[in-house]
Design a protein. Sequence first.
Length: 552
Amino acid sequence: MQSVVIFGAGIAGLSAAHELIQLGYEVSVVEATDQPGGFFKSARLDHNRMPTEYSWHGMGPWYHNTFDLMKTIPTPNGATLYETILSRPVDFGIFPNDTGAQFYDKGYRSIPKMFRMGHWEFIKWAYLMLKAWTANTRSEKKYDALNAARAWKPLLGETAYKTWRACFGPWIGSDWSRSSLHTAGDFFRKQLTTRPIHHHPSDSEGPAWSQGAGNGWLLLKGPSNEYWFDPWVTHLTGKGVKFFWETPLTRLEFDGHRITAAVAGDKKIIANIFILALNPFYTADILSRTPDLEKQNELRLFRPLVRKGPHTQVSFRLAFGEPIRFPRERTAVVVSDSEFNLTLFAQEQAWDREVDLGESIASLWTGTSCISSVPGRIYGKPVENCTREEFIQEVKAQILACGALDEMVQAANKGKKLQEFALLDIEVWHEWKFSSSGIQGHQPKWATTVRTQAFMPRQQTPVSNLFLAGAHTRTQAHVWSIEGAVESGRRAAQAIDGRVTVIDQYKPAWITGLARIDDSLYALKAPHLIDTVVILIVVVLMALFLSRITAG
């Protein structure tokens, strides 16, 4: 029996452990903190039992490996996590300050109204989106270096531009100042064209339902650790996985060919195979302590991968002492005119009724600030320079200024305004440390940004017994996501044992075909295929026009 040690009990590490323990490997998971989940984890406050989450989480229709994995994790009642812990789709809406909310009610036809685009703006928006979809090499090498918001700005008016970029943080998970055109294009292509459809069983809310391309995202039906990670760890422990908590990796011993041992805490760990499923900042630090190891292919990518520093998304909770209703079920709110690019969701709309929201709490909204570099409206400071109290006051002011949100609350609560509801508390995820000199998290968070594609390492390294996992590694998901983390864990396990199955992302044949043509054009340093077609059409029309003039 070969022994495998996995460093990191986040989604990627647990996914790798899940696959390998089933194939007969002796698996141990070593985690620096006292609980699993990584950047997905939840906790409960001691003083009022309020559940709190590290960040906003959602699962899209292209999360094939995630859903497939959940189907193999049983619950005590004989069902699987896939059947029991996933909510029905959320209804994402764009909520401006001065007009009503807009939703994706009519498919593609909803887009102009959602993002406040005119018809010509929509055509130009779609033109650039189609270019991003139908590029392959050009996308990875050129569009990855372009900021998505900046690329769309010349094509859109100010209102449409600000509204469109507001969705990058809530949807893509990387703020608009750092998202690349490659990432944005690939994200929306998967969201709108993915296959297969995922079928879900009936539940207390109604009959069986399906989630496919263009459908809303799913949340968990309760706090992340209570509903997903704790049952998952229990299942893996029952299968034989050994867990070691509060044991940070400090060094890898490398003899020039293999990893001979790892040092974690006060332990020296010997194993046949090692998997690094740590966040890339920690991985870069560990590798730097063994220069000969850091120089290896794939491993030498970590230093440029993290050079732009950590990503700051701060989650918070608004606890109300009375219930707040919404006209739509499971409404997800993008506060599109918010300086901090806020997104909100009322947890009780998706969570099981028996979930304890905390002492005296009747409605619990969770939210995330998705950009940290734009000054707020009260103190003129960005999130990264606010004190905790300043951040809380900015969040409150930006939410209360959202006219579309207040309008929707009034419509469902007999005219009662949002500011009239009893607000018991605004809580911020406890691991963030605020100061005027800068904000710091308990662990630095990485996200897909401009110029990261070329530095995302593969799961298999030149060191024969060292493998990598994490959403920062190269996957078909591309973007830093839950699906990327699960896929990476499976790909690391597959590199160790070919019996592991990984589900590929779907790409329509017409997009694949056009992208291949554009690859040839890119190799010739020619314009994009779509641009080339437009140029040819213009040339033909001009020739016809001139020929008619000449004939006349």
